[in-house]
Design a protein around this ligand. Structure first.
Ligand code: ARG
Length: 471
């Protein structure tokens, strides 16, 4: 029996059940549904809608159903449309007439979205914890690389030397923005929607704020129509993961390039490399490639679900059931990606010689030569021209740039010293720049930022876990 069978003269067709069920994918919400149902129950007792004895009975039935679900002994039925229906059916089996009161002053519309909010709030914080681990691995690589330097690129052409640490920290700072976005979005996800009913609230004596407090929500909905139809928090979670996925894909792409024989900048640990089924000599960076590839899927989940929401009239529409698979998928996949990428980075070996060799090309000092002329009073545009001519001459005649600079009347021997390997890197000293002095300052502020973020996340997590117990 479905929950709504009494209204219809015929049982649901097989095709309808197959098409509309969400039980095959929404069991992830089970524990959150149980928690929300318990809070709802306490509210029903408080409003004298059910007796404390009935409340006790139903609460134990919910615990039993929860235990069965966790142990895998819960028996689903053909007509269980979703996890919420299944739990309610089981509770009614266990608690009898009292169980049949659990759905008083509640609709699946407010029930489903409350469980999904609890799930999303919880999972985003798990993702944040994994991002922190990746940032720690990147920061450790930065520390390990000391004052080693490498070529920085624009257009993937060697541009100017930067510390290897600067490179690792660049990715770590991008991830810090993902943490910011998570914390910001959690504040909007952290809203209780229980009490909105199907769309218009209820005539019964409920106290949504009291129920929200039971679940550790910091706020309660203001408009019942909005409460049951709002999926902004899902879109935000999908966007956060898509953006994080883009950041990870850029790291992935660089690991692919850097581990190629053409670059030879890093060697991945064997445990985080794969072989080829045909070519015995191959060692492939599959983790990095998959991390790069998943970004497409995350973007697809975001755009797909936004398209689902577009043009939906108020309030709940069954289309909204399409919120679950993309958000479950993005969360699960990004967690897998982070869990694989962090140890891949932590265990890889850098070839500092190869990195430095690329940066010691005399041409990477060209900007410094132009800036040297500026320090002597020449307008930058003119300085750029003087140096560009030297570069062009060195390239066309096959001569050493240093000698060309030495012979140049504007530049000369003092400027030529800048072309010496290791000199240009020391000169990148402006705030936030890639030279050793500036990177030391940056590394300290990054360490502080990481500590602050850990504090912010721990405070949020402990506030929620106090309420949610064993989660
Ligand atoms: N499984 C459904 C969902 O996720 C439950 C809500 C069904 N509500 C309804 N009015 N049919 O959206």
């Amino acid at each position: 029996m479905t929950l709504w069978q009494a209204r219809l003269s015929q049982g649901p067709a097989r095709e309808l059940l197959d098409f509309s069920q969400s039980l095959s994918f929404d069991q992830k919400l089970a524990r959150f549904d149980v928690l929300a149902s318990k809070a709802h129950l306490i509210g029903l007792v408080k409003g004298s809608i059910i007796t404390p004895q009935e409340g006790e009975l139903v609460s134990s039935a919910l615990d039993k159903a929860d235990e069965e679900l966790q142990q895998g002994t819960f028996r689903f039925q053909d007509t269980d449309e979703d996890i919420h229906t299944a739990i309610e059916r089981r509770v009614t089996e266990l608690a009898g007439p009292a169980g049949a009161k659990i759905h008083t002053a509640r609709s699946r519309n407010d029930q489903v979205v409350t469980a999904l909010r609890l799930y999303t709030r919880h999972e985003l914080l798990e993702v944040a914890a994994l991002i922190i681990e990746l940032q720690e691995a990147l920061a450790q690589k930065a520390v390990d690389s000391q004052d080693h330097y490498m070529p920085g690129y624009t257009h993937l052409q060697r541009a100017q030397p930067v510390l290897v640490a600067h490179y690792f920290l660049a990715h770590a700072w991008a991830l810090a923005r993902d943490i910011d976005r998570i914390i910001d979005s959690v504040s909007r996800t952290d809203v209780s929607t229980l009490g909105a009913g199907a769309l218009a609230g209820t005539s019964l004596n409920i106290d949504p704020q009291f129920v929200a407090d039971q679940l550790g929500f910091s706020r309660v909905f203001s408009n019942s129509l909005d409460a049951v139809s709002d999926r902004d928090f899902v879109i935000e979670a999908l966007f956060i993961i898509a953006t994080l996925g883009v950041h990870l894909s850029r790291i992935g792409e660089e690991l692919v390039l850097w581990s190629s024989q053409e670059f030879g900048f890093v060697s991945l640990a064997d445990a985080y490399s794969t072989g080829s089924s045909m070519m015995p000599h191959k060692k492939n960076p599959d983790v990095a490639e998959l991390v790069r590839g998943k970004a497409g899927r995350f973007i697809g989940n975001l755009t797909g679900f936004m398209a689902t929401c577009k043009g939906l009239p108020l309030a709940y529409n069954r289309d909204l059931q399409e919120d679950k698979e993309p958000v479950f998928d993005s969360i699960e996949q990004v967690k897998l990606a982070l869990r694989a990428l962090t140890p891949t980075i932590a265990s890889m070996t850098l070839n500092y010689e190869a990195l430095q060799l690329g940066a010691d090309s005399p041409f990477l000092a060209a900007t410094d030569l132009a800036e040297w002329l500026v320090s002597k009073g020449m307008p930058f545009r003119q300085a750029h021209e003087v140096v560009a001519r030297c570069v062009s001459e060195a390239l066309s005649t096959g001569s050493d740039l240093k000698q060309v600079v030495e012979a140049n009347e504007e530049l000369g021997p003092e400027a030529a010293r800048l072309v010496t390997p290791g000199v240009a890197i020391e000169r990148r000293s402006s705030p936030g720049a890639g030279g050793p002095e500036a990177v030391r300052v940056q590394a300290t502020s990054f360490a502080n930022r990481l500590e602050e973020d850990c504090g912010r996340l721990n405070r949020l997590a402990s506030r929620f876990s106090k309420i949610l117990g064993g989660f």
